[in-house]
Design a protein around this ligand. Structure first.
Ligand SMILES: [Cu+2]
Length: 305
């Protein structure tokens, strides 16, 4: 997080360094006082009564309240200033991405109808509003290099903004414990140059790419006629469920299952056969399919560009 890659993060990094310096100073002071106490009592034998502390009470009050208090108030006020500056610069008319937290993955929707999961594309060099809500428990959206942490609260809609100065792939992580697979609730913000972003966004809003090979066509049929279609959407087909991630352009993602696996035929096949072996507790059951059928489904899904 101290390697800031966008304007929302700069104020946070300065505050972080200041707090680190203050914390180190307090830590050193405590070390010095412990050392002083040890040296002063070095020559005492165990049965000798402790010497009366000449200014013990006032000393504790001075160090414990008169020094600690102002430090805490000072840092608190500075934090409020950083928060206010951040809120004041929230863009009004920027691109707005609607991110919804699910146990244990992230759904991202764009104004033009594009929808994806766990890999959120944004254009570089501009503020992007992130609107946050959740369908289940509290999660927290955090991309350490791009901006502050914001909670996703049931029944409430929060909003924040991020901006990436240059193209890149920035790791994000759920930052509020949300259950067993909280650690595997990873996501990536992928910052593309504005032109590349618009191409991505337009493509992502298109419905299904019709499969051409025989095996992929068979995979589509299996997908639509078995359990998959009850939880997933592929726009342009009858599958329109929202329990799991939208798969319309799955092939464009590098990872699956919220950063847990790579998006390649091997991992995809393992995932569909037995998600519980890869991400125990994930809200997707094993497929009641033969390996040949799974191979066909994988061929179909890997063609969804
Ligand atoms: Cu979490």
């Amino acid at each position: 997080m101290i390697d800031a890659r966008g304007p929302a993060e700069h104020g946070i990094v300065s505050l972080w360094w200041l707090m680190l310096v203050l914390a180190c100073a307090v830590f050193l002071l405590v070390c010095v006082m412990i050392a002083g106490g040890l040296i002063r009592s070095r020559h005492l034998s165990p049965d000798e009564p402790l010497p009366e502390a000449s200014w013990g009470g006032p000393f504790i009050a001075i160090v414990g309240v008169a020094i600690t208090g102002p430090i805490l108030v000072f840092v608190f006020v500075l934090s409020l200033r950083v928060l206010r500056a951040d809120a004041a610069s929230t863009p009004k008319s920027a691109l707005s991405v609607h991110v919804t937290g699910h146990d244990w993955w992230w759904q991202a929707r764009y104004p033009n109808g594009a929808q994806t999961a766990n890999e959120i594309h944004i254009p570089t060099g501009q503020r992007v509003r992130i609107v946050l809500d959740t369908v289940d428990v509290i999660h927290s959206f955090w991309v350490p290099q791009l901006g502050p942490k914001t909670d996703l609260i049931p029944g409430k809609r929060n909003s924040m903004w991020i901006e990436a100065a240059s193209p890149g792939r920035y790791r994000g992580q759920c930052a509020e414990f949300c259950g067993f697979q909280h650690a595997h609730m990873i996501f990536y913000v992928i910052a593309d140059r504005p032109g590349a972003f618009r191409t991505w966004e337009r493509n992502e809003a298109r419905p299904l790419m019709q499969p051409t090979s025989a095996i992929a066509k068979r995979g589509e049929q299996i997908f639509l006629s078995t359990t998959c279609a009850q939880c997933h959407a592929i726009r342009g087909t009858p599958a329109d469920a929202t329990v799991g991630p939208d798969l319309t352009h799955l092939a464009g993602r590098r990872t699956i299952a919220a950063g847990t696996l790579q998006n390649d035929p091997g991992d995809l096949s393992d995932w569909i056969r037995d998600p519980q072996a890869e991400k125990q507790g994930a809200l997707m059951p094993s497929a009641p399919l033969s390996q040949t059928d799974i191979d066909a489904v994988v061929a179909f899904l890997e063609g969804l560009h």
